[in-house]
Ligand binder design. Structure first.
Ligand code: ADP
Length: 497
C-alpha cells in the first residue's frame, strides 16, 4: 500500500495545527486548536505544556479522521514549533515540573543584564550567534533550576529532561523513548555552539546547567523516533525544525540569493549565508538553518516586533477597519500617504535598532489627514521596518538578494507587497502555498524517508502565485526611506521607565 501523505505538526504560540501534504507538496487538510495563554505577572508568559501536547495530539488525530484516512496512509511526521519556549519535565513520569516559559517571557532580564555587565556578550555571540537576552531558552532553564523546589538536585541526579517544544512533542509522541532536538531549535537556546554543532560546555557552566538535562541534537531531516501513541503507532518522526527555519526551507531559500520574510503578528526575515558564519555588525542574529546531514548551514535573522499587529490595532484599537484585509482597499483609496508616517514601536523597536524605550509615533498629520492616510502609513510601516532589516542584512553580507519570498497573513495584501518591492528594489515573490512553515517540516520528514527523492524534486513543487516587481526608481525609494528615518528618530527613547 503506498503511503500518500506527510503529516506536519505545527505547534505555534497560540494554536496547535496538523496539516496533511500530498506528494505534490499540496496542502490537503488542516485541523487547528487554540490553547490558553497565561500571564501570571507583568512580563511573564506561560503555557501549560500538557495542554500543548493534548491539543497537538488531538489535531493530529482529527486531521486524519476529517480526511478519512489512517496512520497506514501516512509516510512520516514532521514537527515545527514556536522556538525558545522552555519545558522541564520528569523523565520517569513525563510530567512537567512547571508551566512552559514562553519565548516572550522577560523574567530573566536581570540575570541577562548581569551576564552582560560581567562581559560575557562577545563570547556568547561568537559561539551561539545570539545576543544575551531573556528571549532565548538558556536563562529560562537556569531560572527553572533555581526556582522549582529540588529541581537542581534532581537535575544533577539525571532525573529531569529539558526541551524546547519540538523535544517535548517528540518525547510524548514516542512514549518517552526519544529525547532529541534538531540543530535549528538547539541554535535558539543560547547553549549551542553553532560553529562546532554541539552543546557548549563553557556556557553550560556559566549558566549552571547540568548536561544530563539536554536532548541529543540531530540534523533537522533525520529519524528522531517512532510514534507509540494510539492512532499514530509506528510512524517515523523524521523531520523537526523551529518555525522560522522551517519556513525558510519550505520557501526553498537554500542559498544567499534569496531571503524570506514572514508577515505575521511580527515579521521574521532570514537570509542564508553561504561561506560559513557571518557575525552581524548590525545587531542581527546568526542562526542555524535546516540540514539533511551533519553539515551546518547558517542564516542571518532579523525580526520586527510589530508587523501585521499594527493592522490589528487599526481594527481593534482605532476601529478604522472591520477586517485586516479591508486595509488594502482603504489604503489605495488615496493616491499617497499624504505625508503621514506611522512608527508602530508599540513595544519598542527590534533589530537593527534595539530600542526598548521607543514608542509608537504618528508624524506629518495635517487637517487633511484621513483614516485612509493613516491606514496607508500603517501598511507602509510594515514594509519600512522589513526594508530596514534587509538593508542591515545586506550590509552584513555585503551583497544584495535576487528576490524576497514572502508568507504569513499580511503577505496577502497586494498593496503592501508592491510597496515592499518598491522600497527594497527587489522582486517580491508570493508562493501559492503560504503555509510554508508546515510545508518546510513536511519536506524535512519526506526527504529523510524517501517520500521525496531530493531537494531538487522538492523545489520543483514550489509554485509562484504572484511576483511584485519594483515600480519606482532607486532615487524615489531612497527619498521614501529618508522620510521614514526621520519619523523613526522621533519615536526613539520616548518611554521613561
Ligand atoms: P501569526 O501567525 O503571527 O498569528 P498570521 O500569519 O496568521 O500571524 O497573520 C496575521 C496577521 O496578519 C495579523 O496581525 C493581521 O492583522 C495581519 N493580516 C492578515 N491579513 C491581512 C491583510 N490582508 N492585510 C494586512 N494585514 C493582514
Amino acid at each position: 500500500m503506498p503511503r500518500d501523505y506527510i503529516l506536519a505538526l505545527d505547534q505555534g504560540t497560540t494554536s496547535s495545527r496538523a496539516i496533511l501534504f500530498n506528494h505534490s507538496g499540496e496542502l490537503v487538510a488542516v485541523a487547528q486548536q487554540e490553547f490558553q495563554q497565561h500571564f501570571p505577572r507583568d512580563g511573564w508568559v506561560e503555557h501549560d505544556a500538557t495542554e500543548i501536547w493534548n491539543s497537538q495530539r488531538s489535531v493530529a488525530l482529527e486531521v486524519l479522521q476529517s480526511h478519512g484516512i489512517t496512520a497506514a496512509d501516512i509516510a512520516a511526521i514532521g514537527i515545527t514549533n514556536q522556538r525558545e519556549t522552555t519545558v522541564l519535565w520528569d523523565r520517569q513520569t513525563g510530567a512537567p515540573l512547571h508551566p512552559a516559559i514562553v519565548w516572550q517571557d522577560r523574567r530573566t532580564a536581570k540575570f541577562c543584564h548581569e551576564l552582560k555587565e560581567a562581559g560575557h556578550a562577545p563570547e556568547i555571540q561568537e559561539k551561539t550567534g545570539l545576543r544575551i537576552d531573556p528571549y532565548f531558552s538558556g536563562t529560562k532553564l537556569n531560572w527553572l533550576l533555581d526556582n522549582v523546589p529540588d529541581a537542581r538536585t534532581r537535575a544533577e541526579r539525571g532525573e529531569l529532561a529539558f526541551g524546547t517544544i519540538d523535544s517535548w512533542i517528540l518525547w510524548n509522541l514516542s512514549g518517552g523513548k526519544a529525547h532529541a532536538t534538531d540543530v535549528t531549535n538547539a541554535s535558539r537556546t543560547l547553549l549551542f555552539n553553532i560553529q562546532e554543532g554541539c552543546w557548549d560546555e563553557d556556557i553550560l557552566r556559566l549558566l549552571n546547567i547540568p548536561e544530563s538535562l539536554l536532548p541529543t541534537a540531530q540534523p533537522s531531516s533525520s529519524l528522531f523516533g517512532e510514534c507509540e501513541i494510539e492512532g499514530l503507532r509506528g510512524l517515523p518522526i523524521a523531520g523537526m525544525a523551529g518555525d522560522q527555519q522551517a519556513a525558510l526551507f519550505g520557501q526553498n531559500c537554500i542559498d544567499a540569493s534569496k531571503a524570506k520574510n514572514t508577515y505575521g503578528t511580527g515579521c521574521f526575515l532570514l537570509r542564508p549565508t553561504e561561506n560559513g558564519i557571518v557575525h552581524s555588525q548590525h545587531n542581527l542574529l546568526t542562526t542555524l538553518t535546516c540540514n539533511t546531514d551533519n553539515t551546518l548551514g547558517y542564516a542571518i535573522e532579523g525580526s520586527v516586533f510589530t508587523g501585521g499587529a499594527v493592522i490589528q490595532w487599526l481594527r481593534d484599537g482605532l476601529g478604522i477597519i472591520k477586517r485586516s484585509s479591508d486595509s488594502e482597499a482603504l489604503a489605495t483609496s488615496v493616491k499617497d500617504n499624504g505625508g503621514v508616517y506611522l512608527v508602530p514601536a508599540f513595544t519598542g523597536l527590534g533589530a537593527p535598532h534595539w530600542d526598548p524605550h521607543a514608542r509608537g509615533t504618528l508624524c506629518g498629520i495635517t487637517r487633511g489627514t484621513s483614516a485612509a492616510h493613516i491606514t496607508r502609513a500603517a501598511l507602509e510601516s510594515i514594509a519600512f521596518q522589513s526594508a530596514d532589516l534587509l538593508h542591515a542584512i545586506n550590509e552584513d553580507y555585503i551583497s544584495s538578494i535576487d528576490e524576497l519570498r514572502v508568507d504569513g497573513g499580511a503577505a496577502n495584501n497586494n498593496f503592501l507587497m508592491q510597496f515592499q518591492a518598491d522600497l527594497m528594489q527587489v522582486p517580491v515573490v508570493r508562493p501559492q502555498v503560504t503555509e510554508t512553515t508546515a510545508l518546510g517540516a513536511a519536506y524535512l520528514a519526506g526527504l529523510s524517508t524517501g517520500f521525496w527523492k531530493d531537494v531538487t524534486e522538492m523545489a520543483s513543487h514550489w509554485k509562484t502565485d504572484r511576483i511584485f516587481e519594483p515600480k519606482i526608481s532607486v532615487d524615489a525609494a531612497a527619498a521614501q526611506q529618508s522620510r521614514w528615518k526621520k519619523a523613526l528618530e522621533r519615536s526613539k527613547d520616548w518611554a521613561t521607565n
